[in-house]
Design a protein around this ligand. Structure first.
Ligand SMILES: [Mg+2]
Length: 205
């Protein structure tokens, strides 16, 4: 990986959405749809944030899968995005991690983060579950961070309008829907914040 600009964001200035950024929610959705409902979905078919808008799937099944991911992310086998764990553990060595999710329930995803990142990081992290996509701006401002990584284009555009610096985590459902700075993966997020030196790309995620 080649970096053209030096890292400029302190890890304490950046916050993260959970689903579609920290968590590989699409993988879990596709897996549960296939294994438990016999429905085959390909990642490139998910071209809208509201998956029922782009998939020919029973809305009740879609709702059931998302409810499961909301209430029991560990039991549903929700996984971290590639390299997210390694990069977040590294960031946590510089500043407490900040997460702002539109999920309405904080406890299940807090447990999931504890399982994924460990007790110490869990104790120090800040996690807000807004229950509402359009309420993220207020919480992000209150938490005193400037940069925020999210996969929902509409959320990022709203944050930009509020004077914050959103970074879009590239996903099939946000491509071509914005003009904002974009990252393709967690190694790119890392490069925005930390120098290249101690990055060992050969390591497993
Ligand atoms: Mg998201």
């Amino acid at each position: 990986m080649t970096r053209t600009t030096p890292p400029s964001i302190h890890p304490g200035q950046i916050g993260f959405d959970i689903d579609g950024v920290v968590a590989d929610t699409m993988e879990a959705f596709i897996r549960i749809a296939r294994e438990e409902h016999g429905v085959t979905v390909h990642p490139e078919q998910i071209t809208a944030f509201q998956v029922e808008d782009c998939l020919d799937m029973d809305p009740a099944v879609v709702a059931e899968i998302f409810q499961r991911l909301l209430e029991d992310p560990l039991g549903a086998g929700l996984q971290l995005m590639p390299y997210a764990g390694r990069v977040l553990r590294e960031f946590a060595g510089h500043a407490p991690l900040t997460f702002v999710t539109a999920r309405p329930l904080a406890a299940p995803i807090a447990e999931w983060l504890r399982a994924m990142l460990g007790e110490e990081i869990h104790q120090q992290m800040r996690l807000i579950a807004t229950g509402e996509h359009d309420d993220k701006t207020r919480h992000i401002k209150e938490m005193g961070i400037r940069y925020f990584v999210d996969d929902r284009a509409q959320t990022c555009l709203m944050l930009e309008e509020a004077g914050l610096s959103p970074i879009v985590f590239s996903q099939p459902w946000n491509r071509g829907r914005h003009h904002l700075p974009t990252v393709e993966n967690w190694l790119a997020i890392r490069a925005l914040c930390l120098p290249h030196d101690d990055l060992r790309e050969a390591e497993t995620p």
